[in-house]
Design a protein around this ligand. Structure first.
Ligand code: SF4
Length: 372
């Protein structure tokens, strides 16, 4: 099976209003430099001998690294892991430059994922993004000159957004000819500035009917340009699915390097120190950055594989899960059959999946599996 290496850059220029990801806007160049050195040191100490692997540099905002730091990190990756089957870097429009794109190409990066979220300045302001629609358009065009394999991220269900406005965002995105598009529904995370504004009545989320219209509009529009859904929120041209994310959705093995990164290796989950400064200190002092770990029980492995697999349109095959984990799956089969009898799952060629019409309530179906 393909393995995944994830490297986390937990820094952003400014915190977006909806964000509860592990990232901070408190940093300076000295901290960035120390962090990259710690990341490299952690990577060298943790590296595993893998034949087939992907690399994903995510954040935060990886493109916030200066060109020199990006080059330093990518040259070490090229030395240690020269043959990834896919190498993705996440970038944001405000910090992506031609120079950085050039460095990425030279280092063997194969794919860029650009955080656009919307081309509409009104919604970008609501989301607290610091780029403009014009800036996003321009950087996406530039990125496309360097990478055929370009993924764009959009958010829908933004306060005040109508299906027509989402349609315009989708059309703009498609005009940039991405090979992949992620369209995430806005989630109001507790205690974020955006959640407080909605709770305080200053902003209003789209009504449920509007949200549903948007949810169904996305695959319809994207299919016009050949992008097909392969996961609830992810669409691609044939053969351009994100291989790294497929590792997660197959509950495969991955090594996470960096502050707050999580690894899944040999039936265990390892959690690295969350605070970037404390992470750097641990690495420099020769103390393991892994601060917590859990060993997954056979049932836990089966359940997790089923839950993440049901996010994909391919669905899951309990027999394959049984073989892979050498674990009993009769309980899982009973749960799946019950849900199938209730019309909440469908079985196609011995694979269970969530019917497309029920994808808007996929989370509720997964909760039922978890609670069964
Ligand atoms: S760019 Fe991404 S990680 Fe950074 S603050 Fe915004 S949403 Fe969070």
């Amino acid at each position: 099976m393909t393995k995944g290496l994830y490297l986390h850059i937990p820094f952003c220029k400014m915190k977006c209003s909806y964000c509860d990801f592990p990232s901070t806007d408190t940093w300076d160049e000295e901290l960035l430099s120390a962090y990259v050195k710690a990341l490299i040191s952690d990577l060298r100490a943790s590296l595993l001998a893998w034949d087939k692997y992907t690399i994903y540099l995510g954040g935060g905002t990886p493109s916030i690294l200066t060109s020199a730091l990006l080059e330093e990190l990518l040259s070490v990756l090229k030395e240690l892991l020269p043959d990834p089957i896919e190498f993705t870097i996440e970038a944001n429009p405000e910090s992506l430059t031609k120079e950085k794109l050039e460095i990425m190409v030279q280092a063997g990066v194969t794919r860029v994922s650009l955080g656009i979220q919307s081309f509409n300045d009104r919604f970008l302001a609501v989301l607290g993004r610091i780029h403009t629609g014009e800036g996003a358009r321009e950087k996406a065009k530039t990125a496309r000159e360097y990478f055929d394999n370009l993924s764009l991220d959009l958010i829908f269900g933004i306060p005040g957004q109508t299906p027509e406005e989402l349609e315009r965002d989708l059309e703009e995105a498609l005009s940039l000819e991405p090979s992949h598009l992620s369209a995430y529904s806005l989630t109001l995370e507790a205690k974020t500035p955006l959640a407080r504004q909605v709770e305080g009545g200053n902003l209003t989320l789209p009504r449920e009917e509007e949200w549903l219209e948007m949810f169904h509009l996305i695959p319809e529009k994207l299919a016009e340009r050949g992008l097909e859904r392969y996961e609830i929120s992810n669409f691609s041209l044939p053969g351009k699915e994100c291989l790294h994310n497929l590792v997660y959705w197959e509950n495969g093995e991955y090594l996470g390097i960096g502050a707050s990164a999580v690894s899944h290796l040999e039936g265990r989950r390892l959690f690295r120190e969350k605070d970037p400064l404390a992470y750097i200190q641990r690495v420099f002092q020769g103390i393991s950055p892994v601060v917590d770990e859990e060993t997954l029980s056979p049932w836990h492995k089966v359940l997790e594989t089923a839950i993440v697999g049901l996010r994909t349109t391919r669905g899951i095959d309990p027999e394959a899960i049984e073989k892979r984990w050498d674990a009993e799956v009769s309980k899982l089969k009973t749960i799946l059959e019950d849900l199938e009898a209730q019309g909440l799952l469908e079985r196609v060629n011995n694979r269970w999946r969530i019917p497309e019409r029920l994808l808007p309530v996929a989370n509720d179906i997964m909760v039922r599996i978890l609670e069964a």
